[in-house]
Design a protein around this ligand. Structure first.
Ligand code: SF4
Ligand code: SF4
Length: 135
């Protein structure tokens, strides 16, 4: 991944959109790693929250958007309350999801979910999931 990232052009315009939507300044991040250590989803992420912040600081929005990280973020706010710089990381994750969903890119296809799974899943969880993961 590192080589791919180095070859990408800095995407300042997209980063500005992330800042505008989230209201957060990723440059306040001091890379302490607290967010990654407290995140309940971090073990399942290929890019941890701290790494995501570092990539964003360097203008690399797409590698974060194309990873599972913003989609796995449960918006639990555990990182937010522990961040020593007061950065609302879940808002950053939400902004990245919004940018992808505004491209009409669905993260999940509801029609591809087996009927037996749909009937077994809690309807509230399904609705919340579709709001988060479909455009
Ligand atoms: S806890 Fe805050 S300052 Fe520390 S790495 Fe995460 S976002 Fe950056
Ligand atoms: S809000 Fe997202 S990134 Fe932060 S601790 Fe929760 S799951 Fe992890």
């Amino acid at each position: 991944m590192a080589v791919t990232i180095l070859l990408r052009a800095l995407d300042g315009a997209t980063l500005a959109r992330v800042a505008e939507i989230s209201g957060q300044n990723v440059y306040k991040c001091m890379q302490c790693g607290t967010c990654s250590s407290v995140c309940p989803m971090s073990d399942s992420m290929t890019i941890t929250p701290r790494q995501a912040m570092l990539l964003l600081q360097h203008g690399h929005v797409e590698p974060v958007a194309d990873s599972e990280t913003p989609w796995l973020c449960a918006s639990c706010t555990t990182c937010e309350v522990r961040c020593p710089r007061g950065i609302e990381v879940p808002r950053v994750m939400e902004a990245i999801r919004q940018l992808k969903l505004r491209e009409n890119v669905d993260k999940v296809n509801p029609r591809a979910i087996p009927v037996e799974d749909l009937s077994a899943m809690p309807q509230i969880a399904l609705g919340a999931g579709f709001r988060k993961l479909t455009s």
